[in-house]
Write a protein of this length. Structure first.
Length: 104
C-alpha cells in the first residue's frame, strides 16, 4: 500500500471547502459537534468500528455537551492526506446519524 502522500496547501483548501464545519488545526483537520453525551458515546463506538475497518483513526475528545474530532495521518509524518478527508466525511455521517447538532 505504501506511505500515504501528504497533500499540498491548495489541495487541503479545496477539500476543506467541501467539508462544512471542519477547519485546519495545525497539521490536522478538526470539527466540534454539539451533541448529547450518550449520543456521543454511541457515535464514538461507531466511529471506532469504521476507523478500524479503514485503518485510519481520529483523536476524539468527549465532553458533556460536545464531541471534538481531530484527524491527521501519522504515517505521513503527521501531515494531511486524502485519508483524513475520507474519514472526516465518514465521521460527519456517523454523528448525523446519532442526531448531532453541529456548532457551525
Amino acid at each position: 500500500m505504501g506511505v500515504p502522500q501528504p497533500m499540498t496547501h491548495e489541495q487541503i483548501a479545496e477539500r476543506l471547502a467541501a467539508l462544512p464545519g471542519w477547519e485546519q488545526d495545525g497539521s490536522a483537520i478538526a470539527r466540534t459537534y454539539l451533541i448529547r453525551y450518550h449520543a456521543a458515546v454511541a457515535a464514538i463506538v461507531t466511529i471506532a468500528d469504521r476507523s478500524r475497518r479503514v485503518q485510519h483513526h481520529a483523536d476524539l475528545d468527549l465532553r458533556i455537551d460536545h464531541l471534538r474530532a481531530s484527524i491527521t495521518t501519522h504515517d505521513a509524518g503527521n501531515r494531511l492526506t486524502a485519508a483524513d478527508f475520507d474519514l472526516a466525511h465518514r465521521i460527519d455521517e456517523i454523528v448525523a446519524a446519532h442526531q448531532a447538532i453541529p456548532l457551525d
